[in-house]
Design a protein around this ligand. Structure first.
Ligand code: HEC
Length: 130
């Protein structure tokens, strides 16, 4: 076999057609400044009341809930429900978190929800050095 044929053989297992389930799973859109801006706007409107404008869980209503809303500024490994896993964060937003005051937000567009995923994950990072 020539070298080109070998490359094809090696790449074949990664072809998306061979992984129907995976190719159907929602693919996160790339994080862009526009998407983050969109996410921030949706977050401030819908989520900040509980999760806080800074994502620290200190929204006006935050303290009234048991369990309280997650403090997104903590390291991802300490996020109680999703550990900061993108897909799980998306699911938590889409389906809500059982037995908590986190309701489902599946009525928001898929793009809005991915924008929110990027936005909440961003809270967990130390502020960019300027
Ligand atoms: C009524 C208060 C409330 C509102 C409004 C709310 N949340 Fe929550 N949220 C909670 C609570 C309580 C939890 C459960 C505890 C937890 O897992 O943080 C939670 C959990 C989460 C989690 C899982 C975090 C983890 O532990 O891994 C994510 C992600 C999340 N919320 C995002 C959002 C987004 C995005 C919005 C806006 C669209 C939103 N929430 C609106 C209260 C709220």
């Amino acid at each position: 076999m020539n070298r080109f044929a070998w490359v094809l053989v090696l790449l074949l297992p990664f072809h998306p057609m061979l992984h129907p389930a995976r190719s159907q799973a929602q693919t996160p859109p790339r994080k862009t400044p526009e998407l983050l801006k969109q996410g921030k706007a949706v977050f401030e409107k819908n989520c900040a009341l509980c999760h806080g404008l800074k994502g620290d869980g200190k929204g006006q209503l935050g303290a009234t809930f048991k369990p309280p809303p997650n403090d997104f500024t903590k390291p991802l490994s300490e996020w109680p429900t999703t550990k900061g896993d993108m897909k799980k964060v998306f699911d938590a937003i889409t389906k809500g978190v059982p037995n908590t005051s986190m309701v489902k937000w599946g009525h928001l567009s898929e793009k809005d929800r991915w924008a929110l995923v990027h936005t909440v994950l961003e809270f967990s990072k130390p502020p960019a050095k300027k």
